[in-house]
Design a protein around this ligand. Sequence first.
Ligand SMILES: C[S@@+](CC[C@H](N)C(=O)[O-])C[C@H]1O[C@@H](n2cnc3c(N)ncnc32)[C@H](O)[C@@H]1O
Ligand SMILES: [Zn+2]
Length: 338
Amino acid sequence: MHDQVRQCFSRHQEILCCPRCQSSLAVGEHDIACPSCDHHFGVQDNIPLLFSPSEWDASKERVAERVRTFYEGTPFPNYDDFDSVGSLREKARQGLFAHLLDEQVPLGARVLECGCGTAQLSLFLGIAPRTVFGTDVCVNSLRLGQAFKERHGLSGVHLLQMNLFRPVFRPGSFDLVICNGVLHHTPDPLLGLKTIAALARPGGFVLVGLYHRFGRVITNTRRVLFRLFGQRLAFLDPNLRARRASPARRRAWFMDQYQHPHESHHTIGEVLEWLPQAGLQFVKSVPRTVPFQPFSEAERLFADEVPGNRLERLVVELGMAFSGSRQGGFFVVIARRR
Ligand SMILES: C[S@@+](CC[C@H](N)C(=O)[O-])C[C@H]1O[C@@H](n2cnc3c(N)ncnc32)[C@H](O)[C@@H]1O
Ligand SMILES: [Zn+2]
């Protein structure tokens, strides 16, 4: 067994557990074993394969399986543009959000990303001295992240295969749990939120990014046009016409946005109803739930805000139809575990 995996397990033994029975895991010569349920988990390219399937009905499992297969063929986001820690940092800083997270997640914090894809955000947050676990069901995506991690010696970041519905961590293990752009590709986003919320410590935070019902209207319209008229209309999407993006990166974006086998759409109001069911308290959303209060460089991500009333929210949510599509029609909610 490679030293990296051994070291990770000995250092973080107290938070790791078997996804099937929650007992402690033992790292052996060739695999990772659960002595309690006698299950053996493999390791590939230094990535522990701790995936355990959800136990739900056949139609939900079909959705989950199609999503897994899709990402194994199209790891997201693509890595082509990154050859150094500097370029990863530069890219992340262009997005205000990653930049603010890096500024405001304390050094030494323990962070979990569920559905990290190729782990660019996990790796970016792990450049500073933090412990970051990047997890995903897709091994091909994790492999790209792992290669980057090893090339650049980012030893505070640990990548492992995990189904977010069957966590390999004990409840209350993290200061921050991030799940960006993932739950809407699962058969049960609310169950997903409840499951990952339990992994944050009391007083810790959960950050979830979801497709917005109205924010996706323009993307959905483009999808229909692309189906009818083919990719010659690609210029309609700003990310597809961006000259700086490599062909591989453009393809990953096209597949993720327009060829995805499963996506659901949500509203901030809906997530506000989910939060108490997941043991969470609202802290902040992007966009804000009060209209005409844009997000700024000085934003305090983890400072409480009072959510706007129904009417204010309605104005914001409807506004997503016009402003939302630029970032893929996303909204983000940050919440605190009670
Ligand atoms: C659109 S990508 C988002 C990647 C990354 N979070 C980002 O923002 O760039 C969605 C990711 O969710 C992962 N995913 C889907 N279902 C999952 C599950 N049940 N458990 C863990 N990851 C999952 C997919 O494999 C894929 O990598
Ligand atoms: Zn077990």
